[in-house]
Ligand binder design. Structure first.
Ligand code: HEM
Length: 402
């Protein structure tokens, strides 16, 4: 184990994410580090340990402890909209048995069939966005395709009114950026308020959408409470807005930086599913890691982590572990990238994985078929990353479609 005061989530770390993780992995499997707020955290860097940790019931979300810690170290944060109790009681923050119960109920509503039924809509929305791109000589790929596609899809899936979609984008951006606390609080409350109205409206007028299905979902006479419904819808909206965006953005960046890979995909667009898995492994779009707390002492990589400690499972680090993925810094759409941890693993495995994969595959295939000569409009050497501990995504990606 190495102890270091190097903060894990400062802007410098995020900018040099894979180099930092490579150095950490080489130096040892587990490191005691600090977050930017000065909180001590044990960082797990290697694939096998990360995968085991995600499936380890001794490592828990313990959301009350998480909030306590943040409030202690960052006093203003307890007051932030994003920590408003209506919004954080969702299953990503809970442990069994609560998590088991919530996940069962949402799985009843968010079925594979419901996602698959969206395919023609995803194709139609993508085609419209690509049509609009074709009119321009230069566009920001994020604005033109990567942002609007997932937003429109998640809003249609949930049944959010078209007129409120711009508000949603603004709220989720503010919440996830977290740089302006007042703005976050205002956005959090505005969003919670709107969700209360939206759910009430669906109760009055049920529709063929996911919110109505969540209202109706029952399991052994159990159903979601009002508060659980709000936080579930909140989680789905945020996850649906801010994730696939960066899968498309980071993925297209990797393709533009590796013209041989672009050519390979162009020659055989049926490789698109493999390409998306490699994009997830190579430069996963959200959460380069995820937090847990030790409920009892655990041992990883020969290092004992005492009870009550915060642990950061480095998903991006695991996905670049050469023991699991040889030559990990090479972006190669022909490699077998399955088993990557970009969607997590274990009981919290991403609920939206099927939807995210479908959207990214359709977007990418459309892009390569419509614009086989797509090229960057700016040097790709100094791209700007957004700074957020949760999101790993670009600020912009200017391209010439033709
Ligand atoms: C959980 C990644 C898209 C909904 C997770 C986790 C990861 C992840 C790593 C587990 C976190 C942990 O263990 O702490 C991603 C990536 C996406 C994506 C990389 C896109 C490329 C989506 C979408 C939705 C979604 C589109 C919904 C429409 C969720 C939910 C959970 C989750 C509800 C919590 C599951 C639980 O706690 O049981 N996601 N996600 N995700 N994701 Fe995603």
């Amino acid at each position: 184990m190495t102890t270091t005061d190097l903060p894990v989530f400062d802007a410098e770390f995020v900018r040099n994410l894979y180099e930092r993780y490579r150095d950490l992995r080489a130096a040892g499997p587990v490191h005691q580090m600090r977050t930017v707020n000065g909180l001590p955290v044990w960082v797990i860097t290697r694939y096998e340990d990360a995968r085991a940790a995600l499936a380890d019931p001794r490592l828990r979300k313990d959301s009350s402890r998480a909030q306590e810690l943040v409030a202690e170290k960052v006093p203003a944060a307890e007051d932030r909209g994003v920590f408003a109790s209506e919004l954080v009681a969702h299953m990503l923050n809970t442990d069994p048995p609560d998590h088991t119960r919530l996940r069962k109920l949402v799985v009843k509503a968010f079925t594979a069939r419901r996602v698959e039924a969206l395919r023609p809509r995803v194709e139609a929305i993508t085609a419209d966005l690509l049509d609009a791109m074709a009119e321009e000589s230069e566009v920001d790929l994020l604005d033109a395709l990567a942002f609007p596609l997932p937003i429109q899809v998640i809003c249609e899936l949930l049944g959010v009114d078209e007129s409120r979609r711009d508000d949603f984008r603004a709220w989720t951006n503010t919440l996830l950026d977290g740089s302006d606390e007042d703005a976050s609080r205002v956005a959090g409350f505005a969003m919670a308020e709107y969700l209360v109205e939206l759910i009430a409206a669906k109760r009055r007028e049920p529709a063929d959408d996911l919110i109505t299905a969540l209202i109706d979902a029952t399991e052994d006479e159990d159903r979601l409470s009002e508060q659980e419904l709000i936080s579930m819808v909140f989680l789905l909206l945020v996850a649906g807005h801010e994730t696939t965006v960066n899968l498309i953005g980071n993925g297209v960046l990797a393709l533009l930086r590796n013209p041989d890979q672009w050519a390979a995909l162009r020659a055989d667009p049926d490789r698109v599913a493999d390409a998306v898995e490699e994009m997830l492994r190579f430069d996963g779009p959200v959460m380069h890691g995820t937090f847990r707390f030790t409920a009892e002492p655990v041992e990883y990589g020969g290092v004992e982590i005492p009870a009550g400690e915060m642990v950061w499972v480095g998903l991006a680090s695991a996905n670049h572990d050469p023991e699991r993925f040889p030559d990990p810094e090479r972006f190669d759409i022909t490699r077998d990238a399955r088993g990557h941890l970009a969607f997590g693993h274990g009981i919290h495995f991403c609920l939206g994985a099927q939807l995210a994969r479908m959207e990214a595959q359709i977007a990418l295939r459309g892009l390569i078929e419509r614009f086989p000569n797509l090229r960057a409009a700016k040097s790709l050497d100094d791209v700007q990353w957004r700074y957020s501990p949760l999101i790993h995504g670009l600020r912009e990606l200017p391209v010439h479609p033709r």
